[in-house]
Design a protein around this ligand. Structure first.
Ligand SMILES: [Zn+2]
Length: 69
């Protein structure tokens, strides 16, 4: 489990519960047809401090980052 999330924009770091989350619902309108994107979209995380949205890194890069720190 991810214990801390860090905002890449302002550097705010906090518990996952401090952040807002947005599940991007993707609808592409092309003429009169609607295309649903089939692949899974990542969750957009909204920073409570700067209100910017970013995507969580995949768990493996997070582990690597932890080891480097
Ligand atoms: Zn931020």
């Amino acid at each position: 489990m991810v214990s801390r999330i860090r905002c890449p924009f302002c550097g705010y770091e906090g518990d996952p519960k401090d952040f807002d989350y947005m599940y991007e619902s993707v609808l592409y309108m092309a003429d009169h047809e609607v295309f649903h994107e089939e692949r899974e979209r990542p969750i957009l995380v909204i920073c409570p401090r700067c209100r910017k949205g970013f995507f969580l890194e995949d768990p493996y890069s997070r582990i690597k980052e932890k080891n480097q720190a």
